[in-house]
Ligand binder design. Structure first.
Ligand code: 0RA
Length: 652
């Protein structure tokens, strides 16, 4: 018998099976929620909210209130029917207890419920229960209030009736188990807000809110944000394009059912050159795309091409139009609800169901045809945009070929400014992108040349958010970055695909000064990666170095500090060590103030450095943030930087 079983504080022997189910979740949490880091921690909230969303999609719930409590517990209140509490005939216990303690038991009482939501892993609330040190379920139903509490998934007592109520709904309050999430159990407001905002747009009509009870406003209330959209994806696209200049007055919008598959989509052309197509299946962001995206592309290309040819506008065009040209400057969101989705791909976010291609293709075709016929002026603008894209793509290919030809001539094909490492196995090689020639020189002295390469960046990095593609082949800094990495942009049939196999380093580390200019440069480089080499971010190859902000010194003793708290603690420690010798604090303004040994030991030595890995928590929010940060409008950018002040850092 295992320790876990002896430990159980449940009240019935019938539970053994149940406990074993949830013990599996505790033994391999990552298998159920993806990881046990920040992502997994936030995933717990999504899992609980998804149940309430299901209840809302079934037509029984209109409000979902999420709160981060003082101790980083989460409370989710909905006004649905309430989880049933009657005796479950087979399990011989309350249905509520079964839902909370049996893996995958979530919706099995209610076959009629149109259950399509469900987080990426769709594992149900029992997983959240298993991974919580404390969880309380409170149900208002049939005039009564029922509660049950659990710890690490084990009930503390049978479901009990504690009062009367004329409300309906379910409240789940849980505190993640620090034994499982041992890196951090601190919730990020913005991360949760981004997901709830996304859910509000994806499920029009539902009211969601997020309250942060860890903080208080000046008037004593808690900060709260509300998310509610009557316009659905049409408003989502407007939000994403908030700082981009639209080409047609309103997004083209469809909400309907094709071949039994609910399809909602909205699209808008803007004056930029990037494609932003976001897709969802059952509220899950399918970052790898799949059949619904294929259907969308097919329908878009087919319909627009036919219209453009009919219009006679292509008569003088010398080159072929490619599929990409129809999506330049296009922002679109596609959401389908599929009863039995097949998820494929590396991250299981690629829809495989073949029946969806035709459904979306048809839906796009119909709505777009109608639009083009009814809005000839807008239709011309769109076709002109496509022609411009085809012309620019032609120019980009020429510029790219020129770069490639030059590379052949110089032999190695590597930029002259690169100090390469001697190792050749990409898995162990690191490329530091360093701000400035002087810091670049220091890094070159301080590095371990076996596996660390240095590329100093000087001069302006192109803001790719505002530039056409061919410009990136004319910008020396950007050109140096991708030639050093060994990859090129846009080589597979003119699709913006990347040859990751040729990547020469599996850690690309951005190292800039900890000031405004430094974070600007970091943002410019990240914008380039996000728009042209997203796979590098998705594969986890992009990192940000964290040079220290302070050096605290007394006599021969010294300590580095990265935060004010660390600095103050270091001052205290050094003071305590000796007599009245004064403690000296040096604030590093830039990498240039460190010598080679200091830079190595604080920022580059794998044993002691801290690298921040760049990940995409929420693709749509990320898209919105980059367009806002790098676009033309100043006011929203200033607001963002002020809100994220100290050192404006973007969490991508
Ligand atoms: C199954 C059946 C019924 C409600 C629910 C599940 C339900 C689950 C959750 C989880 C969070 N909030 C929820 N709200 C409802 C209702 C069956 C009936 O009343 O007929």
């Amino acid at each position: 018998m295992s320790v876990e079983k002896e430990d159980r504080s449940n009240y019935s022997a019938d539970n053994i099976q149940v406990l074993e189910g949830l013990e599996a979740v505790r033994k391999r949490p990552a298998m159920y929620i993806g990881d046990i880091g920040i992502k997994g921690l936030h995933h717990l909230v999504y899992e609980v909210v998804d149940n309430s969303i299901d209840e809302a999609l079934a037509g029984h719930c209109s409000d979902i209130q999420v709160a981060i409590l003082k101790d980083n517990s989460i409370r989710v209140i909905d006004n649905g029917r309430g989880i049933p509490t009657d005796m479950h005939p087979k399990e011989k216990k309350s249905a509520l207890e079964v839902v909370m303690t049996v893996l995958h038991a979530g919706g099995k009482f209610d076959k009629d419920t149109y259950k399509v939501s469900g987080g990426l892993h769709g594992v149900g609330v029992s997983c959240v229960n298993a991974l919580s040190i404390a969880l309380k379920a409170e149900v208002h139903r049939e005039g009564k209030i029922f509660v049950q509490e659990y710890s690490q998934g084990k009930p503390l007592y049978p479901v009990k009736e504690v009062g009367t109520s004329n409300l309906r709904g379910t409240t789940i309050t849980f505190k993640p188990d620090a034994e499982i999430f041992n890196i951090s159990t601190e919730y990020k407001f913005d991360t949760l807000a981004a997901r709830l905002r996304e859910l509000a747009y994806l499920n029009k009509g539902i009211k969601l809110s997020l309250t942060d009870e860890r903080e208080t406003n000046e008037d004593g209330t808690f900060p709260v944000e509300h998310f509610h959209s009557e316009g659905g994806l049409k408003e989502f696209v407007k939000y994403l394009d908030g700082t981009r200049e639209p080409i047609i007055p309103e997004p083209i919008y469809l909400d309907g059912t094709k071949g039994g598959i609910p399809v909602e989509l909205a699209m808008q052309y803007n004056s930029t050159y990037t494609e932003n197509v976001h897709s969802y299946v059952n509220n899950i962001n399918t970052i790898e795309g799949g059949t619904h995206v294929a259907g969308f592309r097919r329908g878009l290309t087919r319909t627009l091409k036919a219209y453009a040819e009919k219009s006679g506008m292509l008569k003088n065009l010398k080159m072929e139009i490619s599929g990409d040209d129809f999506r330049e400057g296009l922002t679109a969101v596609i959401s389908v609800k599929v009863q039995e989705p097949q998820f494929e791909g590396q991250t299981k976010t690629k829809l495989g169901n073949n029946e969806v291609i035709g459904a979306v293709d048809q839906a796009v075709g119909e709505i777009l045809n109608n639009y083009l016929e009814e809005n000839p002026k807008e239709a011309r603008l769109i076709v002109q945009k496509v022609i411009l894209a085809a012309t620019a793509r032609h120019a980009a290919r020429k510029a790219r070929e020129l770069v490639q030809r030059k590379n052949v001539l110089t032999g190695t094909g590597l930029p002259g400014k690169l100090s390469d490492c001697s190792e050749s196995d990409p898995a162990v090689c690191e490329l530091y992108l360093v701000e400035g020639d002087s810091a670049g020189g220091t890094a070159k002295q301080g590095r371990n040349r076996a596996y660390q390469a240095i590329l100093p960046l000087k001069g302006k990095i192109l803001n790719v958010e505002k530039a056409m593609e061919y410009k990136i082949y004319e910008n020396d800094e950007i050109k140096n970055i991708f030639t050093a990495m060994g990859v090129s942009v846009g080589t597979v049939d003119d699709n913006k695909a990347l040859n990751v196999i040729k990547l020469r380093y599996h850690k690309i580390i951005i190292m800039t000064d900890a000031d405004i200019d430094g974070s600007h440069i970091t943002t410019l480089i990240l914008t380039f990666f996000f728009r042209y080499m997203k796979e590098l971010i998705e594969s986890g190859y992009i990192y940000i170095a964290t040079p220290p902000l302070y050096l605290v010194k007394k006599g021969k003793e010294q300590e580095y500090a990265w935060t004010e708290d660390q600095r103050d603690a270091a001052v205290q420690r050094l003071k305590g060590a000796g007599k009245e010798e004064s403690v000296n604090i040096q604030r590093y303004k830039g990498l240039g103030e460190m010598n080679a040994e200091q830079l190595w030991s604080t920022t580059m030595n794998p044993e002691t450095r801290t690298l921040r890995q760049v990940t995409i928590e929420n693709a749509a929010e990320c898209d919105h943030t980059f367009s806002m940060l790098m676009g033309d409008e100043v006011a929203p950018r200033r607001a963002f930087i002020e809100k994220n002040a100290k050192y404006a850092r973007i969490d991508v």
